[in-house]
Design a binder for this molecule. Structure first.
Ligand SMILES: Nc1ncnc2c1ncn2[C@@H]1O[C@H](COP(=O)(O)OP(=O)(O)OP(=O)(O)O)[C@@H](O)[C@H]1O
Length: 347
């Protein structure tokens, strides 16, 4: 597992990276524009964006399948774009990759699919198979080693994909929409497995996806991409609580639905209509009864939900508070001290 570098391995740095494609002389597509990104070693880092945002291009620069048009992509300090030939192939072994469509050979047995990268490296068949059995055991598929890959379910195929990506013991695992073809239950199992890879082996996991649920359950940090640019990045919980850009808000809304139907807001009026976010212990406070008994205001509960973001509980409440203006203001000040965020709801 150890390499030649000192310190933890698996760090990725994008330094002002741009990438354009010119399939012919007349057209140029800017897939990435001046991307600055730092993925600390041993973390799970999520990149989210809509189709065409540049996510696949970003990930393919990390394993040297593409080269930047300008800027540098450093993997453990090594400039991937500067490598050629054998040096590039050696550096590529530091990363494993999994794909939406699994990319397995359906008519080849599972253990041989997994052993393939080692066989290509020149490792002897019995050694390569022994290592393949080891990783298949880790992904919970030792019973399927002798089956043909084409006989497996989607979730099992992705486990094989993960085993194959891990067979060389990479410091970095790249995941390109790896759960997008799977149902929600299978997605949850694959997410759990990827977290285990990170926890057990300290592998850096870089995940690109268009699903905010995947980010919520898997990533420590997130970067949001649009049109080839990183528009926002930060710790996952912070991003859910305080999304800054409109596109990030849109993604957050898919997990924590915001607001009320416009006709309800118009009917109620925005005054005293508040949306609150609560984290961990805040969610169990008897806030509404405090308002009613302590401030003499009327409280109408319009919406409440709760979700888990990694090890945190995040609650949301929308209330309409009515009463004399000074009492409503005092109630708001009381809430503002007890919840992570409170804001007026507008139509
Ligand atoms: N090899 C290529 N040649 C020409 N254009 C490309 C190539 N690869 C990507 N692009 C273009 O770069 C842009 C970003 O593509 P990319 O696949 O990185 O986005 P994405 O966010 O992964 O989207 P999707 O999830 O749909 O794959 C798109 O406009 C795409 O058409």
């Amino acid at each position: 597992m150890s390499g030649s570098q000192a310190g933890p391995e698996g760090g990725i740095v994008f330094e002002g990276v741009s990438k354009s494609f010119s399939p012919d002389r007349r057209t140029t597509t800017s897939a990435l524009r001046d991307v600055q990104l730092e993925v600390p070693p041993g973390t799970v880092f999520g990149v989210i964006g809509y189709s065409g945002a540049g996510k696949s291009t970003l990930i393919r620069l990390v394993n040297g399948l593409e080269r930047p048009s300008s800027g540098r992509v450093l993997v453990d300090g090594v400039d991937m774009g500067a490598l050629r030939g054998r040096q590039l192939r050696t550096a590529q072994k530091r990363t494993g990759m999994i794909f939406q469509q699994f990319n397995l050979l359906d008519t080849v047995r599972v253990r041989d699919n997994v052993a393939m990268p080692l066989r290509l490296d020149g490792v002897k068949a019995d050694q390569a198979r022994a290592r393949a059995e080891e990783v298949l055991d880790f992904v919970g598929l030792s019973g399927k080693a002798g089956s043909f890959a084409g006989e497996l379910s989607g979730g099992q195929k992705q486990r094989v994909g993960i085993a194959r990506a891990l067979v060389r013991n990479p410091r970095i695992l790249l995941s390109d929409e790896a759960t997008s073809a799977l149902d929600p239950t299978t997605t949850a199992q694959i997410i759990e497995l990827l977290r285990n890879v990170n926890r057990e082996y300290g592998t850096t996991v870089l995940v690109v996806t268009h699903e905010m649920d995947v980010i919520k359950d898997l990533a420590d940090q997130v970067a949001v991409m649009a049109d080839g640019e990183i528009v926002e990045q930060g710790p996952v919980l912070d991003t859910f609580l305080r999304p800054r850009s409109p596109i990030t808000r849109d993604f957050v809304t898919t997990v924590v639905p915001q607001g009320l139907p416009a006709r309800v807001v118009e009917h109620l009026g925005s005054e005293g209509l508040w949306r609150m976010l609560l984290v961990d212990d805040e969610v169990t406070q008897p806030l509404l009864s405090d308002l009613i008994t302590g401030f003499g205001v009327a409280v109408n509960m319009l919406h409440a939900d709760m979700t888990s973001i990694q090890e945190h509980t995040v609650g949301q409440m929308i209330v309409k508070v009515t009463g004399p203006a000074e009492k409503v203001a005092a109630a708001r000040a009381y809430l503002a001290e007890r919840v992570v965020q409170i804001e007026e709801v507008h139509a």
